[in-house]
Design a protein around this ligand. Structure first.
Ligand code: ADP
Length: 484
């Protein structure tokens, strides 16, 4: 149960398969509140059969949806957005209960998540083709943009709402249908979205939410030839597996995978702004985002000053149950996440890093971990290479631009990066030299519906959000008209 919901219809213990609500059977999945370990509800454990049914229903619904005018699709999406905003407190409560982030942050995610539905409800009407001068006197060349067809989506637990809307918004706006498998830790936020989607008037079968076996559902999604695009947010390891599985049916892939974001503070930075940016880039969602600052590089001249200010700010962060007042950081999602954070901190300290604050499990127990700042961190430590995905800020020292660019780019990942500097020439040089899909300059918060989100190298393929985002769900068709 989830306390204090205004509209209990939003918390539904069922999956939506091909237009039918399916209740949990005896092998249902328990969903737990990571702050307390309590079971908040159960969802069905579905597999390949249900995935196939959902894909076939999506295929059937898609043609009619694509045939509607863009304005009609836009209006339904706009209603979905309005319903999300009107129910943001309830959606936030469901999210906090299953994911753990503080309620204020959860409601923030709902507003952010809704912004993708709003943005793409608008973009639906701006899917323009092209007319190109012909190559012969009697020829005309016309370019049409058409929906790619049925889209399968697999989403993670760290943003149980926004990672869905960032995919569903452009897919449905473009005239595609979607079959979604949310993370098993956080299915209720996805289900609540489906409830609101029905209320908004999405046609039956157009949007299914399948809870259950990732492997079985994933195998059907990747193997089924009706699915023309797979969009996935999660680990690079699973992304690569899905890429392999999708090869025989030559699907278009959208992959938002892991990161290892550098956050660079140059000597000429505004230090207070850099500390504020680091707090957001590192500790938002308790460090569990793929754009979280993973490695903080501070130039020699400001190292001690920055470390002191960051330590003071981090010592003031309050960890606790996301439903409690004034809490900044919730629990980690599960025991494996806690073990990874402990491993990274233990490895760094054993190799000579110094704990400035934190560095241990939190006294609240469970999967709570103290927000941590480490100084004296070096390239041979685990935190330099792997994504920690927790509330740990490791401070590396650097001397000069070339040194830090080399270190920042010395990773197979390339999602987000950040730096703080004031010299305008340096700002351009560094921004261009960083091998990342996104660069935050003098800001720690870069995600927004208006901008293209995505990575290079092992961080993925494609972009989400912005006018580029809808392109990912469109095919380009060329008409050659002769005899004119
Ligand atoms: P995370 O570390 O964020 O949990 P994962 O890549 O393990 O990253 O999970 C992201 C999503 O991928 C989740 O919805 C999960 O259920 C799903 N998933 C995990 N393994 C597979 C698989 N073999 N096939 C399809 N989906 C999978």
């Amino acid at each position: 149960m989830i306390p204090h919901l205004k509209d209990n219809r939003l918390f539904r213990q069922a999956a939506l398969v091909a237009g039918n609500w399916v209740a949990p059977g005896p092998d249902a999945i328990d969903v737990r509140n990571p702050a307390t370990g309590e079971i908040i509800g159960r969802v069905p454990k579905l597999g390949a059969t249900e995935a196939r049914a959902a894909i076939e229903a999506a295929q059937a619904a898609q043609a009619g949806w694509a045939a509607r005018t863009a304005a009609e699709r836009s209006q339904i999406l706009r209603r979905w957005f309005d319903l999300m905003v009107a129910n943001k407190e309830d959606l936030g409560r469901i999210l906090t209960a299953e994911q753990g982030k503080p309620l204020k942050e959860a409601i923030g995610e709902i507003v952010y998540g809704a912004s993708f539905i709003e943005w793409f409800s608008e973009e639906a009407r701006r899917v323009y083709g092209d007319v190109i001068p012909g190559h012969q006197r009697d020829k005309r060349i016309i370019v049409l943009k058409q929906p790619i067809g049925v889209v399968a989506a697999i989403t993670p637990w760290n943003f149980p709402n926004a990672m869905i809307t960032r995919k569903a918004g452009p897919a449905l706006a473009a005239g595609c249908a979607m079959v979604l498998k949310p993370a098993s830790q956080t299915p209720f936020s996805a289900i609540a979205l489906a409830v609101l989607g029905e209320m908004a008037g999405l046609p039956e079968g157009l949007f299914s939410v399948l809870t259950g076996s990732a492997q079985a559902i994933g195998a059907e999604m990747t193997g089924n030839a009706l699915v023309r695009k797979l969009t996935f947010t999660g680990s690079t390891e699973i992304g690569a597996e899905l890429y392999r599985q999708s090869a025989p049916t030559i699907k278009k892939l959208g992959l938002e995978l892991g990161g290892n974001a550098p956050f660079i503070v140059f000597n000429d930075a505004d230090l207070d702004a850099a500390v504020e940016g680091a707090l957001i880039a590192k500790f938002r969602n308790n460090g569990q985002t793929c754009v979280c600052a993973n490695r903080i590089y501070v130039e020699d001249g400001v190292y001690e000053a920055f470390a002191g200010k960051l330590r003071a700010a981090v010592s003031n962060l309050k960890t606790g149950n996301g439903f409690d007042e004034g809490v900044d950081l919730g629990p980690l999602i599960d025991a494996a996440a806690l073990a990874k954070v402990e491993e990274h901190v233990g490895d760094a300290v054993s190799k000579g890093a110094k704990l400035e604050t934190g560095g241990a499990r939190h006294k609240l127990g469970g999967t709570f971990y103290e927000p941590t700042v480490l100084t004296g961190v070096t390239e041979d430590m685990l935190v330099a290479r792997e994504e920690t995905f927790g509330p740990v800020a490791p401070l590396f020292r650097f001397g000069g631009e070339a040194d830090v660019i080399r270190q920042a780019n010395a990773t197979e990942f390339g999602l987000a990066s950040y730096f703080y500097a004031r010299d305008i020439a340096k700002v351009f040089r560094v921004a261009e030299a960083l091998e990342y899909g996104m660069v935050g300059v003098n800001t720690g918060l870069i995600s927004t519906a208006e901008a293209p989100f995505g990575g290079v190298k092992l961080s993925g393929l494609g972009r989400e959000g912005s006018r580029y985002g809808i392109e990912e769900f469109l095919e380009t068709k060329y008409l050659c008209i002769g005899g004119v």
